[in-house]
Design a protein around this ligand. Structure first.
Ligand code: S3P
Length: 167
């Protein structure tokens, strides 16, 4: 299962809990990129630029989707910004869109300095990114969960119910 959504949607926290509930491994594209390159995401953005990061992200997602055991994969919020990323996701199910408002996402991102695309103005940038990406998240998703009013464990409960899975 793949989780998509804006920064601050809770993909990593929900993903970890969900993986635990399903007894599946938890994979995270940002973490794999950092592991494989030995650099933080923010360093990759500043030294090599966003396009280079997107290429690494695509490769990380390809690798994780190729793992034959079922797993829970948390993606970076921008994975849907390239046609290649969307094509990979559309070919895979289930893909769950954790739908968060920009305001709640901004309140949850914590230290925005480690998030290069929103560092200057988290709330304003999250509004813009949401406007740019929402249709893309909906395009690749097989399931949508509203997360504004839910804690990560409530999101997991709602998701398992939606998928018809007993944890
Ligand atoms: C990004 C989201 C980040 C990370 C990078 C770019 C984006 O991941 O991949 O900073 O473009 O939305 P999270 O969504 O896990 O924070």
């Amino acid at each position: 299962m793949v989780l998509v959504g804006l920064m601050g949607a809770g993909k990593s926290s929900v993903g970890r809990l969900l993986a635990h509930a399903l007894n599946e491994p938890f994979l995270d594209t940002d973490a794999l990129i950092e592991h494989d390159t030995g650099s933080a995401v923010s360093e990759i953005f500043s030294s090599r630029g966003e396009a280079a990061f997107r290429a690494l992200e695509l490769e990380a997602l390809r690798k994780e989707l190729a793992v034959s055991t079922p797993s829970v994969i948390a993606t970076g919020g921008g994975v849907v910004s390239t046609p290649e990323g969307r094509a990979l996701l559309v070919a895979h199910t289930p893909v769950v869109f954790l739908d968060v408002s920009a305001a709640v996402a901004a309140s949850r991102v914590g230290d925005a300095r480690s998030r290069p695309l929103i560092a200057e103005d988290p709330l304003g940038r999250l509004h813009e990114l949401s406007a740019e990406r929402r249709a893309h998240y909906l395009e690749v998703a097989t399931h949508v969960i509203e997360v504004d009013q839910r804690t990560p464990s409530q999101v997991v409960g709602a998701l398992l119910a939606l998928l018809g899975v007993a944890a």
